[in-house]
Design a protein around this ligand. Structure first.
Ligand SMILES: C[S@@+](CC[C@H](N)C(=O)[O-])C[C@H]1O[C@@H](n2cnc3c(N)ncnc32)[C@H](O)[C@@H]1O
Length: 272
């Protein structure tokens, strides 16, 4: 009996192209004023209610991914994750500089909104809090997000040439229909709602569903001041008419007051 038995032959997966030819994808404007700021996999797990084990070997797309380390961390856990952001069209040096300037801007803004932020050392301000806080303090939260950007920048340098990071902007994604098992989109659609009109929101949601073979999850459903996106009922009706079912689901996470739900979208079952 040899000490080292030969491993069983690897099951080859059939080649499945993800990227649609560039010519079939309409150009989209870059929205430069949205901050290039990102969170770690740990926060994604909480606000999207993800089960990492169940995603192993699955194709997951993170849209408007910014400098989040979700994709780098997910790939390290053998999830086939891809990230999309219009900023990825830029070189690494630009992204590094933008992280510096945008993080300073977001951190100053977060400090100014401190009373809305739900971290454990503010419990006296929020005595009613459930178990929805992931950070002990604001300092801890900001440090975690800085670390996330550093992980992203290192991974972008190594893996951008392999297609892990794709420069594109909603409402056009350069992928074939039903390419991904799960599509995620955090901190763009509703938190930045004022920058986009209603038609853009409908088109963006339809595009997220088009490239998904299962579910789309979007978080949060409110603006930075915690007010729910006012056109959500109209958006859901419009999507329903386009054959897309939607569901608002509570999540066990609330970084800022009001941001405690996600929207799930999927193709509505068609009558046989
Ligand atoms: C605040 S970051 C969110 C990063 C990450 N999803 C998270 O939750 O940590 C928002 C990102 O949306 C990107 N963005 C702006 N316009 C976009 C568009 N039309 N389509 C996709 N992403 C866009 C910005 O470049 C920015 O990186």
């Amino acid at each position: 009996m040899p000490l080292l038995a030969a491993p069983p032959p690897r099951q080859l997966q059939p080649f499945r192209p993800r990227r649609a030819p560039a010519a079939s994808v309409a150009p989209a404007p870059v929205v430069a004023s949205v901050p290039f700021h990102g969170r770690s996999l740990m926060e994604y797990v909480r606000f999207f209610d993800l089960e990492i084990e169940a995603l192993r070997g699955r194709d997951v797309l993170d849209v408007a991914a910014g400098p989040s380390s979700f994709t780098a961390e997910a790939c390290a856990r053998r999830i086939d994750a891809v990230a999309v952001d219009p900023m990825y069209r830029r070189p690494l040096a630009d992204l590094t500089a933008t992280v510096e300037s945008d993080y300073a801007r977001v951190e100053a803004d977060t400090q100014a909104r401190r009373r809305q932020i739900r971290v454990r050392d503010c419990e006296a301000v929020h005595p009613d809090l459930p178990d929805a806080m992931v950070f002990g303090s604001l300092t801890e939260a900001l440090a975690d997000r800085r670390l996330s950007a550093q992980r992203f920048l290192a991974d972008f340098e190594t893996h951008c040439p392999h297609g892990r990071y794709v420069g594109a902007a909603l409402p056009f994604l350069p992928f074939f229909d039903r390419t991904f098992d799960l599509v995620l989109c955090a901190h763009l659609l509703f938190v930045e709602a004022a920058r986009f009109d209603f038609e853009w929101h409908v088109a963006a949601c339809r595009e997220l569903v088009r490239v998904s073979d299962g579910e789309v999850r979007i978080h949060p459903l409110c603006g930075p001041e915690g007010r729910p996106y006012p056109k959500l009922p109209a958006l859901r009706r419009e999507l329903r008419a386009a054959g897309i079912a939607s569901e608002v689901v509570a999540v066990n996470y609330e970084f800022f007051a009001g941001a405690d739900t996600m929207l799930k979208l999927r193709r509505a079952p068609t009558a046989a």
